[in-house]
Design a protein around this ligand. Structure first.
Ligand SMILES: Cc1ncc(COP(=O)(O)OP(=O)(O)O)c(N)n1
Ligand SMILES: Cc1ncsc1CCOP(=O)(O)O
Ligand SMILES: [Mg+2]
Length: 212
């Protein structure tokens, strides 16, 4: 099963990305999505290779944002694809069944389509406004999650749903109560001065009702 906390990387240079990712790994994060936008293919490849190496060292999951071919080239654990990225059906054909494919959703219908096309998990959002990403889809808020997760229940649809977008520590309990599986966060971890404590707090909330 997937970890319930995914860190989405930040940084406009290879060095900043590596610093942020290493800090998140050191603090106990074990799922990294490398998100390095508008960079040269050479730099993106170099970063991906370095992140792959780091994640192997920390036994962390490593997925690539947007770029299926890069994920394939460096044998990452998978890829996250948005509504305007490569179609999930095509990505599944290329990557096969052993790799993770995540799909962005903003509506119940997006989730239905992603399941039909072979997604492994859903990134549902945005929860609230965030500076981390431009051109946001409509904000869902807690009521949006509640409505969509209720529809999933009614239709017997089960797939891990990760909430995303401007999430803070105090949002985790109410979000988990809607029925989501986990969260994907970027700014919260990147900007924290106490990452270990933060990740421990997040995991305590995310795994509160799990009996092992
Ligand atoms: C876990 C997760 N959920 C949603 C997204 C957003 O993907 P996308 O809509 O393609 O936007 P960009 O991240 O590519 O700007 C995500 N990355 N991860
Ligand atoms: C990639 C993405 N997609 C929707 S919101 C978002 C950014 C999430 O980052 P943050 O946790 O900093 O709001
Ligand atoms: Mg994308």
């Amino acid at each position: 099963m997937y970890n319930k906390l995914q860190y989405i990387s930040q940084g406009n240079t290879i060095e900043k990305q590596l610093y942020n990712i290493q800090q998140a790994l050191d603090a106990g994060c074990d799922w990294i999505q490398m998100r390095f936008k508008n960079q040269s293919a050479k730099d993106t490849f170099a970063l991906a290779e370095a992140v792959k190496f780091l994640c192997e060292e920390y036994l962390a999951n490593f997925i690539v944002n947007d770029d299926l071919h890069l994920a394939e080239l460096i044998s990452a654990d998978g890829v996250h694809l948005g509504l305007t990225d490569m179609k999930i059906e095509e990505a599944r054909t290329i990557l096969g069944n052993t790799k993770i494919i995540g799909g962005t959703a903003n509506t119940f219908e997006d989730i239905q389509n992603h399941i039909k096309n072979g997604a492994d998990y859903i990134g549902l959002g945005p929860f609230r406004f965030t500076d981390t990403k431009g051109k946001l889809s409509p904000i869902l808020g807690l009521s949006g999650y509640f409505e969509i997760l209720q529809k999933m229940k009614k239709n017997n649809i089960t797939i891990p749903v990760f909430a995303i977008g401007g999430i803070t520590v105090k949002d985790v309990n109410p979000l988990m109560e809607t029925g989501i599986y986990g969260i994907a966060v970027s700014g919260l971890i990147t900007e924290s001065d106490e990452k270990e404590k933060l990740i421990q707090q997040l995991n305590e909330k995310l795994y509160a009702n799990i009996i092992v």
